[in-house]
Design a protein around this ligand. Structure first.
Ligand code: ZN
Length: 198
């Protein structure tokens, strides 16, 4: 079947108020990103450097940085779907060295695709008065999409830099961008370099 791709609106830059914005780095853990990981997304490796640049810029401006960390324990029902991955305490569960959380960052452990489901993320964002979320990480059409959708349903403004997310194939990647922009009214930025904090 030939699939025609709908147009996805993309912008070159977006300017955000630093104090009301946060970065959410989704599941950049060894099992998803690194050779030898249990559920590797090969294209995730090329997002490491853009995400690193984004974090550097954000921290310089005092923008709050959040991470989600997919976390499973013995007998988790997700293992029946995906096989065992990001088991608590293992190397695969850890966030990759290049993007290691720094002092003042907040790591939210989650058990499902959605970073808000069963976590204190919404409460933490409200504590800090955050309204805009720049979401990066992996997998674009799974945990990134569910977290972006869940954020949008709560009326956060979602911004996704295209070079900061990754998927297993082009269809999944575009499907995620399409849902985020069309359904959730998020902003797709061509690159992390187009995200400015004021
Ligand atoms: Zn999982």
């Amino acid at each position: 079947m030939q699939v025609s791709l709908p147009n996805i609106e993309r912008v070159e830059r977006v300017a955000l108020p630093a104090r009301e914005s946060a970065i959410i780095v989704v599941d950049m853990q060894n099992d998803f990103v690194k050779p030898g990981g249990k559920l590797v997304v090969p294209s995730a490796a090329k997002t490491i450097e853009p995400i690193r640049r984004l974090l550097e810029k954000a921290r310089r401006r005092g923008v709050k940085v959040f991470y989600t960390q997919d976390t499973h324990y013995e007998g988790d029902p997700e293992f029946a779907i995906w096989g065992e991955h990001v088991r608590f305490g293992t190397w695969g569960w850890e966030i990759i060295e290049e993007l290691r959380p720094q002092e003042g960052d907040i790591v939210v452990r989650k058990t499902r695709y959605d970073g808000f489901y069963g976590t204190p993320l919404d409460d933490l964002l409200k504590v800090y008065g955050i309204r805009n979320l720049v979401i990066v990480g992996t997998v674009a059409n799974i945990c990134v999409l569910h977290t972006a959708g869940s954020a949008a349903l709560r009326w956060y403004k979602v911004i996704v830099p295209e070079d900061g997310i990754s998927a297993l194939n082009d269809f999944d990647f575009h499907a995620a961008l399409r849902q985020i922009s069309f359904l959730y009214k998020g902003t797709i930025v061509k690159s992390v370099d187009g995200v400015e904090f004021q």
